[in-house]
Design a protein around this ligand. Structure first.
Ligand SMILES: *Cc1c(COP(=O)(O)O)cnc(C)c1O
Length: 831
């Protein structure tokens, strides 16, 4: 018995398109000839890429439906992962790997005389994120699907992702990334699931027939949030989860005033304002910029995601919310989506008539907050005036949350006005601000940091008072990265070598990677490992040649630092060491030195002048050194433009040495460090973020550590005299003298003066001069170690072997166990 339009029997696994090579080849031909209307092979690799992507997508979409049926047929506790960023990169190879159909795809492509590697390179990166935080969200989705956990990502479908970086005469040029121009085959629009998001307007009070007071948010300017679903395949389990990205669109209501005044075209043009919301990703990493449009994006995402969840709930359970909290978790990726706390309250109270207390119960049992940074410039605040204008009803709710919270504070610290001021969600002053991190903490049942050290500092410093109030909320979840993308896919030769020795269990159960430790002393294994590294270095050489026009030599040590350019990450310290090496070479002092190729890459936020100047310095130093015949045999330097996920897939397999050199206490975790470690690079690093745990897992003798430790930092700052340090360090003096002499900027006088001034500044927050000597010492130890190729390779093997705990599968298992309490969905393999 069926009602028209409904499917009353669950679709079974067998309905999914087949994975065999014959069906695959047929579908590829069909998409190529009919969906895309192409009939000549060789027309363009782009169309073949599109046809293949659509073919693979069919297989994903069928499984995505099946996975959804599992979670809607029986009540399932689920997580909505709310994030303003998902830094996905390419999807084709990932999907092929997770569906395990590489052989079938190659066979089908052979009909077109095409190779997968070539076709795959036609795909644009989905760069919907800045750096580590956005890439973490993408790794998490992969792990959740692989572990069959019911987790849906919610984000924004930015029309323009992270900008493309060009380097012109050492200057960063930002170019818009119109990644959707040629279409994005990995998404499926779901216009029937569109929801409305309100802005502006005012709030009225009215009484219902029982005399109860209610609030109404009226005369709003509404925007539509249209979902686009991106399939997220698990590895080898037929699970396909969903990443739901919202695009903003105008409603069909027109401004009647304009209309009546004859301003038809103007009224229609006004509609563009709605579409601005999802137009562009803000390119700031670890700093806020306070723009109104950014707040609109945040609220747009939160409101759309929460409404989507409530609609799905009501469709199954009806408009009752007694057990809603048993089935939902909203994980907030940093403070960016923290307005969700107030929005869930509004939806429950205003739209679904719950009492404040019931709504607050639900909110504080479903919200969970992940903090990503201790940097003060990254802690988001929004002016009360802006909130009042843009989101008047939300501002009322925040005031009410605050009033009730401050009563709690008064109980804990009676009569202490200072605590009231310090903990209030509203920072008082000429221009009062809402402290978004505080809103997130008060509204959540879990607050986590992203590495052990970082989580400890949250409890002891940044959020100490909140910790005193609610110690049980605080926990740690050390970050991880997915071994599918960051080993299997990006380093297939190493993956094969590992699998040949220990089987392929490690791909799903990465703790097993430690089994390769057994071959640590096996000469043929060591030789094979070296051979793979050599091939990966050759590939990296090609990339550097192509993109930087610098010739690297794969017999030299590859010393790599790629990440966002930020003062706290200290690319400056790296380049000072490069200058130090160069100076030594010029002086004929090459004692214990090893020939090196230094690669640095990363994007600077467009408004971050110092970061851009550091890029300029790196480029100028690189040019000078690469043009100096004295240096050729010893040192080569390149700045890699447009560092992104796809570039990293070639970079981390080819690195010998990974630079993780942030000022202690500044890098919350880092994840680049883990990708390098998995691929057998050795690390030179400070005791910061997850480096601390990497070193513990590895044993100190295989990790080059240096620099001020967190316990010393406060004391060092108190007595810091840059000049005293420089005066006592002849090596550093020579480096600075060379910089000051204009040797690297002969035709550009004084451009590096701000950098030199920073080095001399006693309030240099990054303590660059303090760590210089110990950094050089650690680098000297690196050079010496590299001169024993066998031992170096053994250390490389041990690095990969010890990287088991840095899989995002481990991280997600802990989120699920401690915060989410999810149960795995049944999979076909489990049946
Ligand atoms: C992993 C990754 C990052 C994060 O790197 P960190 O060194 O942890 O800052 C940033 N960008 C891209 C493209 C990445 O792949």
């Amino acid at each position: 018995m069926t009602t028209s339009g409904t499917v009353c029997h669950p679709v079974d696994w067998q309905d999914a398109p087949l994975l065999d090579s014959e069906t695959l080849a047929d579908d590829l031909a069909r998409h190529f000839h009919y969906t895309l209307g192409r009939d000549k092979v060789g027309e363009s690799q782009h169309y073949l890429y599109q046809a293949l992507a659509l073919t693979i997508r069919d297989r994903l979409v069928a499984r995505m439906r099946q996975t959804r049926n599992v979670t809607t047929s029986v009540p399932t506790r689920r997580v909505a992962y709310l994030s303003l960023e998902f830094l996905i990169g390419r999807s084709l190879n990932n999907a092929i790997l997770n569906l395990d159909m590489a052989a079938e795809v190659s066979a089908a492509l052979a009909n077109y005389c095409a190779e997968l590697e070539h076709i795959a390179s036609a795909e644009h990166d989905a760069g919907l994120g800045n750096g580590g935080l956005g890439r973490l969200a993408a790794c998490f989705l992969d792990s959740c699907a692989t572990m069959a956990l019911p987790v849906t990502g919610y984000g924004i479908r930015y029309e323009y992702g992270m900008f493309n970086q060009r380097i012109d005469n050492g200057q960063q040029i930002e170019q818009p990334d119109h990644w959707l121009r040629e279409g994005h085959p990995w998404e499926l629009p779901a216009p029937d699931k569109t929801v409305r998001v309100k802005f502006f307007g005012h709030v009225d009070i009215y009484r219902d027939h029982q005399g109860r007071e209610h609030r109404q948010w009226l005369d709003t300017q509404d925007v539509l949030a249209v979902p686009y679903d991106v399939p997220v395949p698990g590895y080898g389990n037929d699970i396909v989860n969903t990443l739901r990205l919202f695009k903003s669109e105008a409603t069909d209501e027109f401004d009647l005033g304009e209309f009546n005044a004859g301003g038809y075209a103007e009224a229609v043009a006004q509609k563009n304002l709605a579409e601005q919301i999802s137009m562009v990703l803000y390119p700031n990493d670890s700093s806020e910029n306070g723009k109104e449009l950014r707040l609109r994006q945040q609220y747009f995402l939160c409101s759309a995601a929460l409404q989507d969840r409530l609609n799905q709930w009501i469709a199954i359970k009806g408009a009752q919310f007694t057990d809603f909290a048993d089935y939902h978790v909203f994980q907030l990726n940093d403070t960016h989506p923290s307005i969700a706390v107030a929005e869930l309250m509004r939806l429950l109270i205003d739209e679904h008539c719950l009492s404040w207390d019931d709504a607050w119960q639900i909110t504080t049992r479903t919200m969970a907050y992940t903090n990503h940074t201790l940097l003060p410039e990254a802690l988001e605040k929004w002016s009360v005036a802006l909130m009042q204008r843009l989101l008047p009803r939300l501002m009322q709710i925040i005031y009410e949350i605050n009033a009730r919270f401050l009563i709690l504070v008064a109980k804990q610290w009676p009569g202490c006005a200072q605590k009231q001021r310090a903990l209030s969600l509203i920072e008082e002053g000429a221009n009062p601000q809402v402290r978004m991190a505080y809103l997130a903490i008060v509204g959540s049942y879990s607050v986590n940091g992203v590495a052990a050290l970082h989580s400890r500092l949250l409890k002891e410093q940044l959020f100490a008072d909140f910790y005193a109030l609610w110690p049980q909320k605080f926990n740690n979840k050390t970050n991880g990265v997915t071994p599918r993308r960051w080993l299997s896919h990006c380093n297939p030769e190493l993956a094969q070598l590992i699998t040949a020795k220990i089987g392929d269990d490690w791909v799903k159960d990465f703790a097993h990677i430690n089994r390769i430790r057994r071959y640590y002393d096996d000469d043929s294994f060591i030789a094979a490992w070296q051979k793979v590294k050599q091939a990966n270095k050759a590939r990296l050489c090609e990339l550097v040649q192509q993109r930087c026009a610098v010739q690297f030599d794969s017999t030299m040590l590859f010393d790599v630092q790629v990440k966002r350019i930020h003062e706290y990450k200290r690319q400056l310290l790296n380049i000072l060491h490069v200058i130090h090496l160069y100076r030594r070479i010029c002086d004929g002092d090459t004692q214990g030195m090893v020939p090196r190729c230094v690669l640095i890459g990363g994007k600077a936020a467009p408004g971050y002048d110092m970061a851009k100047r550091i890029i300029k310095l790196i480029c100028n130093v690189a040019n000078t050194i690469n043009d100096d015949p004295r240096a050729k045999a010893w040192l080569r330097v390149a700045f890699l433009p447009n560092y992104n996920v796809t570039a990293m897939e070639t970079i981390c397999p080819g690195a010998d040495l990974s630079e993780q050199i942030s000022t202690a206490g500044k890098e919350a975790s880092g994840t680049g460090n883990m990708k390098f470690m998995m691929n057998g690079a050795l690390t030179i690093g400070t005791l910061d973020g997850a480096n601390v745990e990497m070193l513990e897992a590895l044993g100190g003798e295989h990790f080059f550590t240096f620099g001020a430790k967190i316990e010393q930092i406060d004391d060092i700052r108190r007595h810091y005299s840059a000049r005293a340090i420089i005066d006592n360090d002849p090596q550093l003096q020579k480096v600075i003298a060379l910089l000051q002499s204009g040797h690297f900027n002969l035709c550009e006088p004084n451009i590096f003066a701000p950098i030199i001034n920073l080095l001399y500044d006693d309030s240099d927050p990054w303590l660059t001069c303090y760590d210089f000597a110990s950094y050089c010492q650690a680098q000297q130890a690196v050079s010496e170690a590299y001169q024993d190729p066998k031992h170096w390779t053994q250390m490389s093997i041990l690095n990969t072997a010890a990287s088991g705990q840095f899989s995002s599968d481990r991280t997600i298992a802990q989120y699920s166990e401690d915060i989410w309490q999810l149960q795995a969905m049944p999979t076909r393999q489990g049946e």
